[in-house]
Design a protein around this ligand. Structure first.
Ligand SMILES: [Zn+2]
Length: 428
């Protein structure tokens, strides 16, 4: 098959010949019996998400492996890491293998289960990390995401344990006592609205502690969804020491701010903006963008968190936290980072494909689009302008904060090892 008229990372127009799931030839004027016209779209290596909630097993009313990976493919992803906070929790070899098998059977992209750090995400006893690593799912990323591993001794032991198989502990940094009952960012607006605040220090204190722990035991640490300017400063310091710390930012924390809780196109106290960690201030957003540009923040991860309508369309205090994000991630990154001149397309490819694949130790993903590489390819038209219509999502859930907003760009096609999962913006 020939993919015609594409610009690799925004470069000159070329054609790509794909054979046996790999890129066989790149050049102008390639011909063959079967062609797909890229129409001048940018070609990126297939995107890799280190932080996706697929909800299966247990909450198939919110998402399944099938619908979640359809959503991923439409967003340009060829691999996702499925977070462990399912029901049952993915804390044994049996459950991670179940998710892995569902991925092999039903998925529209590669599915890599994340293993829980502690049994039942309860923060009391280490889960079977070694058994999950040795299982068919070959788990390398471990996280209690949704909850923080707040016990310093358990966190230390997890960091020590994963060294044996080159794993990484991905921490949801939230000091629990400082955030008991928290509803939104602690600041001027939470004070005015009378909502319990989620202070920046509750994130920053855990990040500082865990950077020190990772350095102490010489292990790999990853910080999920960094959301404050202070967190960026701590991670910048840890990296300056040469410590093995990586981190992610979500698209929504690069674009949205906490004042939307008070005043927005969809009214005040709209739970569509309720997310954990919460939307922060404009100054935080500016710091996160600068840190993603300079490499202090390594990657963009969606924290795609589908919830059914009844869990979101309720009063603020009762609503579930989280937003779907797979189908809008690349557009939001274009808006926040490319249109602002902070990143070029090579920089986007690093942060949304190459580096997340490296952190997750995925061999066949995130490779540059070169001859011999797996044909994991996303075609993206940055000149398109699309009004976000959640009813068109492949995801089972609709809880997007961008409904009605016009965002730049459109995923035209996605190829997983040479097989189209999306063509002309539609699932194949
Ligand atoms: Zn989290």
């Amino acid at each position: 098959m020939i993919i015609k008229n594409v610009r690799i990372l925004g470069g000159d127009l070329v054609d790509i010949r794909v054979a046996d799931g790999e890129i066989a030839e790149i050049g102008p004027g390639l011909e063959g019996p079967e062609t797909v016209d890229g129409g001048g779209a940018i070609a990126l290596p297939g995107l890799v998400d280190l932080h996706t909630h697929l909800r299966e097993p247990g909450r198939e009313d919110a998402e399944t492996v099938q619908t979640g990976t359809q959503s991923a493919a439409r967003g340009g992803y060829t691999a996702v890491h499925a977070m462990a906070n399912t029901s049952p929790v993915a804390d044994t070899a049996g459950v991670v293998e179940q998710v892995w098998r569902l991925g092999r059977e039903f998925a529209h992209c590669d599915v890599h289960p994340v293993g829980a750090v502690t049994v039942g995400l309860e923060g009391k006893q280490l889960a079977e990390l070694g058994a999950m690593a040795d299982s068919a799912a070959r788990v390398r990323v471990f996280s209690d995401d949704g909850k923080c591993v707040d016990d310093a001794v358990l966190m230390r032991r997890a960091l020590e344990y994963v060294k044996a198989f080159d794993g990484v502990v991905a921490q949801h940094a939230q000091e629990p006592r400082l955030t008991a009952g928290a509803q939104m960012n602690e600041g001027v607006i939470s004070g005015r609205l009378g909502l319990t605040g989620w202070p920046a220090v509750a994130e920053e204190a855990i990040i500082a502690r865990d950077c020190l722990l990772a350095a102490h035991v010489g292990s790999r640490l990853h910080i999920c969804h960094v959301s404050t300017a202070g967190s960026v400063e701590i991670i910048r310091w840890a990296k300056s020491k040469g410590w093995n710390v990586t981190c992610e930012v979500t698209p929504h924390h690069l674009l949205l701010t906490d004042d939307l809780v008070e005043e927005s196109p969809v009214g005040a106290y709209n739970p569509i903006y309720k997310v954990n960690p919460p939307l922060r201030t404009r100054a935080d957003v500016e710091a996160l963008r600068a840190a993603l540009a300079d490499g202090t923040i390594d990657i963009v991860a969606t924290d795609h968190a589908p919830h059914p309508v009844e869990d979101k369309e309720t009063e603020w205090s009762a609503a579930a936290m989280g937003m779907v994000g797979l189908e809008t991630a690349l557009s939001v990154v274009q808006e926040a980072m490319v249109e602002t001149g902070l990143l070029d397309w090579a920089g986007v490819a690093q942060r949304m494909s190459a580096v997340p694949a490296r952190i997750g130790r995925l061999g066949g993903q995130g490779q540059p689009l070169e001859v011999g590489a797996p044909a994991n390819i996303t075609l993206y038209d940055p000149s398109a302008r699309t009004e976000v219509d959640p009813s068109a999502f492949a995801s089972k859930s609709r809880n997007t904060p961008y409904e009605g907003m016009t965002l730049p760009g459109r995923v035209v096609a996605t190829f997983l090892r040479g097989r189209a999962t999306v063509l002309e913006g539609k699932l194949v």
